[in-house]
Each structure stands twice: as C-alpha cells, then as structure tokens.
Design a protein around this ligand. Structure first.
Ligand SMILES: Cc1cc2nc3c(=O)[nH]c(=O)nc-3n(C[C@H](O)[C@H](O)[C@H](O)COP(=O)(O)O)c2cc1C
Length: 176
C-alpha cells in the first residue's frame, strides 16, 4: 500500500486548514501519517554551516519526519498563511532542509501538494507560500503537483459546494 505523509501546520485542530485537509484526505485510499508541526520538537537552524560538508544537523524530531517523507509516495503541506508564509514551527522545519539544499538530492518519485487557508485572497498571500513550498518539495526530491487555497477565511467558515467538489477532484488526481 502506498503512503501519504501530511505536515499539518495549523495551531487550530478544528480550524479552516483542518477542514480543507479533511476534504482532501477523504479521497485518499492510502496509508496516512499526519504530523502536527506544533507538537513536534524542531530546533531552529542556527546557520552553523555544518551541512555544507556533512549531511547532518541537530538530533530532534526533524529526522523522524524526514524518514517518513522519504518513505512516502505523497507529501502534503497543510497550513494557514501567516505573514505571507508558514507559521513558525513549519518555517523552522523548512529551514532545516538546508542540508538537502546544500547537498545532492535523494532519489524519489514523490508527489507534493500544498493546501493552505488564508484570511484574505491577495495574490501575495498565495504566491509567497506557494513559491516556498515548491523550493521545499524540490529539496525533498518531490514533484510539486499543485495547490489549493481556502481563501477569505476572515469572512467565512466553510467552503462552497463547488469548491468542495474541486478539492475532491484535485485529490483524486493527486492520489492516483
Ligand atoms: C499571525 C497571523 C498571521 C496571518 N497572516 C496572514 C496573511 O499574511 N495573509 C492572509 O491572507 N491571512 C493571514 N492570516 C489569517 C489566516 O491565514 C487565516 O485565518 C487562516 O484561515 C487560519 O487557519 P486556521 O483556522 O487553520 O488557524 C494570519 C493569521 C494569523 C494568526
């Protein structure tokens, strides 16, 4: 059976991001592992430069998450947009991918998807986090498959019926 690893980066376990993720995962028939990034111990990068020569870093939960990522077929980032980017725990994780930026990439044919929710619908809130995700997926030797944004959450709590249909269709394509 194939495996999907989700990095869930919202501090709200029943918020807008979770709602979007649940709809997406309702079309997933594979094994699913979900990491709540707020529960993981991920030390921030200190820019020591060790990874320029060694593919190693601190010992913390980053390795456990990476081990699941590298044995997965599908990677999903599910996050709210915070200041055009990811919330701090997820940003800390992305900074810790520096060894994979500095060194050769792992072999792999994983597919990656970004699910994000944001209070507004300005193009900056979408473009910046999507660009960051593309870079991260590249460092993880993962093909960026696509993204979906639950926008304008400052003004609403649910997705419209047609949006739910679109999310499910994307999920079916992604997980196939
Ligand atoms: C600290 C903080 C920063 C935010 N920055 C942005 C932003 O830059 N752009 C945006 O559209 N929404 C922003 N928002 C709104 C959230 O992205 C939005 O409320 C999101 O849907 C929350 O998801 P959740 O229910 O999973 O917590 C911000 C919210 C917080 C708390």
């Amino acid at each position: 059976m194939k495996k999907a690893t989700v990095l869930f980066a919202s501090p709200n376990e029943n918020g807008k991001t979770k709602l979007l993720l649940d709809i997406f995962l309702s079309e997933c028939a594979h094994n699913i592992i979900i990491y709540n990034m707020y529960d993981e111990n991920i030390k921030p990068c200190i820019g020591c430069g060790r990874c320029e020569s060694l593919k190693s870093c601190f010992t913390d939960d980053t390795e456990k998450i990476l081990s699941d990522i590298f044995s997965s077929d599908f990677i999903i980032f599910a996050s709210p947009v915070y200041n055009y980017s990811f919330p701090s725990p997820m940003k800390a994780f992305l900074d810790r991918l520096q060894p994979y930026f500095m060194n050769e990439k792992m072999n792999g044919t994983r597919k990656g998807f970004l699910l994000a929710s944001c209070g507004r619908s300005g193009k900056f809130s979408i473009e910046v986090i999507e660009k960051q995700s593309k870079i991260a997926f590249s460092e993880l030797s993962t093909e960026f498959f696509g993204s979906y944004f639950f926008t304008d959450t400052d003004k609403r709590t649910t997705l419209h019926k047609d949006e739910v249909g679109k999310v499910k269709k994307l999920a079916l394509q992604f997980f196939s």
